[in-house]
Design a protein around this ligand. Sequence first.
Ligand SMILES: Cc1cc2nc3c(=O)[nH]c(=O)nc-3n(C[C@H](O)[C@H](O)[C@H](O)COP(=O)(O)O)c2cc1C
Length: 417
Amino acid sequence: MKCVDDFRLKFGKKEIVPIVIGGMGVDISTAQLAVEVARLGGIGHISDAMAPDVCDKRFNTTYVKDKTKFYKLNISNSDKSIVKFDLGLIAEATKMHVAASMEAKRGDGMIFVNCMEKLTMNAPRDTLRVRLASALDAGIDGITLSAGLHLGSFGLIEDHPRFRDAKLGIIVSSVRALQLFLRKNAKLNRLPDYIVVEGPLAGGHLGFGPDWAQYDLATIVADIARYLKEEHLDIPVIAAGGVFTGSDAVSLMENGASAVQVATRFTVANECGLPYDVKQEYFKASEQDIEVNNISPTGYPMRMLKSSPAIGSGIRPGCESYGYLLDGNGNCAYIDSYNREIALHPHSKKISVMDKTCLCTHMSNMNCWTCGHYTYRLKDTTHRRADGSYQTLTAEHIFKDYQYSVDQKITLPELEA
Ligand SMILES: Cc1cc2nc3c(=O)[nH]c(=O)nc-3n(C[C@H](O)[C@H](O)[C@H](O)COP(=O)(O)O)c2cc1C
């Protein structure tokens, strides 16, 4: 019976343990987690989402405070279009976050950065160009393009000296999205180095509509593998979303995948950025406690715990401090929903907004508990203490369980002293 360790993900001559820990913004997939995974020979992701905010917490910088101060006079204004990002500061923060992560890297694995197109930042092209170029400048091993079709993203960095040497990949959820990406980039003569195929059971934003439950990862992986073969394209496919055991991974790798990308099992790792109490919420969750909803202003459905404080929260839009989801015209769907509720309840001290959420503020405060479909199985991966709480695990334990387990088995961690 095969285990994940019988396979290797190959990038030219480089061989990697075929386990990728997916990007989990905002700093849920911490540098510490990515570094540990690289040490173990796999691929870890950091995320560049809200890098200035992440730097403030990691390095005691004051980007968010300074921006809030700069735009203070606009806080009570319902029009947020004047709130812009200073491209120099975005570059500085991204480089700081990436460079420190790369400096800490040990071992044979790699560290990639997850870069979401939907963070439109009131100037989509310019801010994305700076984010991508800065990550390359700071020595990142690879960039995973996510949350968007990224039709123009390669073009934004085609003149960068590392454009052809860094590993560049894209997350897709259908053959069609992949075809669009490849066609659009054909003239650059630069194929992606890997394709992450994300199915409907993943955490974070989903590349599916309300009918997500009708799709299944293995089928999409097989479709994409077939398409690549027909086109004579030799690009590794990395399967993501609902890969809960080493055996799940082996089954995908025996059917066209070269590696798997996983995240949910690592949300309860000691190295994961979620606060301890939130990890306990993940452990406790039952299947009924998880939903796919439309409260993200990005327009993509998102999976999360129904108990997420972000759901129904009517806080003032935090654009003066953040503003990552402002589109090219300075709008965000949450601002509209918030203003609607204010107009309907002009005398209320506290309002509730059900249809959208202020994702920037809630992700920064770890109040949007996004999670994968199988979060309800996390309790089966560890020990329950006498007081009802669950023992968190080391990333190494989870990684090695994926790497060596067979027969759908999950090895529990050693009982804590
Ligand atoms: C807490 C959490 C946050 C996530 N955030 C992001 C993100 O910021 N960007 C992204 O592309 N994918 C994100 N994802 C998706 C993962 O990177 C990964 O592809 C997927 O969750 C794998 O499926 P699994 O969680 O069932 O293992 C997130 C997943 C989780 C669980």
